[in-house]
Design a protein around this ligand. Structure first.
Ligand code: WT7
Length: 683
């Protein structure tokens, strides 16, 4: 497909009235602001998509005017605003004080007592939702299971009793090292029921990563499974636990779920089978009323340097924010089948596979395996068979779907979809349009949601019935979120001037600290701007106040005195119809200070050539101006990514400048991608 032209044609015929596309070269803007204070923004995307009328007419928030009213109320009457939101949930004891803020330490709903598991389960089981599907699960080999709210409630109580019988108490930490099986949700909910904090470690991480995370968070018990299915092979989770255990002196017990049936070693006294333990416990375990600031979970993020940070979240604030944001951003309804494709090992899996959907009493779908197993149409097949209505995934996945070709989604009826979402990286406008047209059939609003592990939940995103969307923009902050783009000196940037994304007021789900390291917490997030949270992202705000995330500040490149966000140049490359994905980095250059190197992955059916390199350079020159034209283009069949799908630009910088890699590559998804790049191998 000739992407740009074709999709625009389609979009103007199907969409209510998207304004004409115009990508303006912004050389003038670029030349005007080349200082250390700010970041030069070069990409301008002005397509505008109003929410489809049939969506708005039944949405919770139906217009920008209503959104603005909510935002104003949250700012002027935070007590009233937050009380209304929090009181949609059950509190065993009401809070005395909404917020106690001694920068940079916040407490929310001070003095209140509540329970996450109670709010996700008991509240619904008391009414008609008892027989409603809470989790629909599909295994990679194809098995299907549905757990109603009533059944999930029962399983969670039993597993809570298993934890108690193995000595886990309120305030303890439980490690969860599992794949995408319903039992991982059961384990998480069981922890929250008795007041244990969970520390979920992504099943793709190594024994060493598991060991460090267990030790750093003082975990007493690990829940795991024999193995998990991934692309038809078994990921041996229990083996990895066994390798980590000799160096985890705090861990006393391991509970093992039988999933694939592969033989595993069981250490007497330490290891226990899930099914056997569940047989011997009672099905009743009351949810314990816990303080609003009681630990909810730890989740470790790697960041670009240093040892992983144990991001620490507490109960009341996370619960309220997960509930509220799921309701508002996905505008969930009782008849939705909601599917967020994230793994529970990431924060998205916590907030938007488990807690947000269950708090709202909707049906959440969990899929165990890979998107291209057995064929690249697996996701579309799942959507068709389960009649999924809300689909939430990552730009890296969308670019992979584009690369595999639109034949795969075209084979399936995706008519059940009514809303699409993305998270994790800036979405390239061309990928946005492809998503909207090919997956959404031109009828579904797209919510591009900006947030972080640290923020605990969505911060900047459209309200689908209210906010007109622009491809590539996360649009506007949610009511209650005071985001801004500022210069180094803290003054607000002008419209379209690139700067640093900050949040100027605490919000309920913000991280409380980096576990065991308040100093690092202070330094990382609160030292650049006094009293404001520094996100580490570059951004700009356009004339309508819309936020455009330009990527991590660490990835900004300085070319001939201009500080450019790599995301924009990458988006320009992806807008060429032969390109599937790209990553842009700088390497030292005698003349210009830095030269731009673009690593480019082509669509499956395209062939690399020198001529294409020249075409792509000129394409960027034409789209966004001479300043952003890559000096060098390197074709590759895969880019090095973290396991959560983020491109590791740090490694590419090293390859581009020295031709080798010396740094830490433990979080790399596919090591062979790197080997091939280093060897200069081209497709
Ligand atoms: C970083 C946070 C949030 C859950 C998954 C990632 C980038 C995230 C967007 C978006 C542009 C985005 C930012 C952010 N990011 N969402 N919609 N548009 N960039 O969580 O691993 O903590 O990463 O991901 O750079 O800081 P995370």
């Amino acid at each position: 497909m000739k992407k740009t032209q074709a999709s625009q044609k389609q979009s103007s015929s199907k969409q209510a009235s998207p304004k004409k596309s115009s990508r303006k070269a912004a050389a003038a803007t670029a030349a005007a602001a080349p200082d250390e204070q700010s970041i030069t923004s070069v990409l301008h995307e002005s397509r505008l998509f109003p929410p489809p009328e049939q969506f708005s007419s039944v949405a919770r928030v139906k217009s920008l005017r209503e959104y603005k009213k909510l935002r104003k109320r949250a700012e002027e009457d935070p007590e009233g605003f937050w009380s209304d939101v929090a009181n949609e949930l059950h509190w065993h004891k009401p809070w005395r004080k909404l917020l106690q803020w001694k920068a940079p330490f916040a407490k929310w709903f001070v003095g209140g007592k509540t329970n996450m598991s109670y709010n996700c389960l008991d509240r619904h089981v008391e009414g008609w939702r008892k027989t409603k599907a809470a989790i629909i699960w599909e295994g990679e080999p194809g098995e299907q299971r549905t757990l109603t709210y009533g059944q999930l409630h029962h399983e969670v109580q039993k597993f809570a009793n298993v934890l108690l019988s193995l000595g886990v108490r309120s305030g303890d930490t439980v490690g969860i090292y599992m794949g995408m099986v319903p039992e991982s949700a059961i384990a998480m909910l069981a922890c929250t029921r008795i007041g244990a904090a969970h520390n979920v470690v992504f099943g793709g991480f190594s024994a060493e990563a598991l060991r460090d995370r267990m030790n750093d968070s003082n975990a007493k018990l690990i829940v795991t499974q024999d193995a998990a299915w991934r692309r038809g092979t078994e990921v041996k989770l229990k083996d990895a636990v066994d390798r980590a255990m000799p160096e985890c002196p705090m861990v006393k017990h391991v509970v093992v779920l039988r999933r694939t049936g592969t033989p595993v070693a069981m250490h007497p006294g330490r290891d226990h089978w899930w099914d056997q333990m569940m047989e011997s416990v009672s099905g009743r375990c009351a949810a314990v009323p816990l303080d609003s600031e009681h630990p909810l979970y730890f989740l470790y993020t790697s960041g670009s340097t240093g040892k992983p940070k144990g991001i620490f979240h507490t109960l009341g604030g996370s619960m309220v924010w997960n509930h509220y944001t799921t309701r508002m951003v996905f505008d969930v309804r009782d008849d939705d089948i909601y599917w967020c494709t994230a793994d529970i090992g990431w924060v998205t899996g916590h907030s938007y596979v488990i807690y947000g959907p269950l708090l709202n009493g909707i049906t959440t779908l969990m899929y165990e395996g890979a998107p291209n197993w057995p064929e690249p149409d697996r996701f579309w097949d799942i959507i068709e068979r389960h009649r999924v209505s809300i689909f939430y995934t990552a730009p890296t996945a969308i670019r992979a779907f584009m690369r595999w070709g639109e034949g795969h989604p075209r084979k399936h009826d995706l008519g059940s979809l009514r809303l699409l979402g993305t998270v994790g990286e800036p979405i390239n406008p061309e990928a946005w349009i492809w998503y909207q047209q090919t997956i959404g059939g031109g009828n579904c609003p797209i919510v591009d949601t900006w947030w972080q592990t640290e923020t605990g939940g969505i911060m900047i995103a459209p309200l689908p019935g209210a906010t007109p969307t622009k491809p590539g923009s996360a649009t506007l902050p949610l009511p209650g979120i005071m985001a801004d783009v500022v210069r180094k000196d803290g003054t607000s940037c002008k419209p379209d001037e690139g700067g640093f994304l900050v949040v100027k007021h605490p919000w309920p789900a913000m991280l409380r600290t980096i576990f065991g390291d308040d100093e690092r917490y202070r330094k990382t997030y609160w030292s650049n701007y006094k009293g404001w949270y520094f996100t580490g992202d570059g951004a700009r705000r356009d004339r309508d106040g819309y936020f455009w995330i330009m990527g991590r500040v660490d990835d900004v490149v300085n070319v001939a005195g201009h500080r450019l966000g790599t995301a924009e140049i990458e988006s320009s490359l992806v807008s060429h119809h032969d390109v599937a994905e790209s990553a842009v980095v700088a390497r030292p250059d005698e003349l210009k200070g830095n030269a731009l190197v673009a690593f480019v992955t082509l669509k499956s059916d395209k062939t690399p050539s020198d001529q294409l390199k020249e075409t792509l350079r000129n394409h960027v020159g034409k789209e966004i101006g001479h300043i952003a034209k890559p000096d060098e283009i390197r074709f590759t069949d895969a880019l090095p990514k973290t396991r959560s799908g983020k491109i590791m630009r740090r490694l590419l910088r090293e390859i581009a400048s020295t031709g080798t890699i010396s740094g830490d590559v433990t979080t790399l998804e596919d090591f062979s991608a790197l080997e091939r790049l280093r060897d200069g191998e081209e497709e």
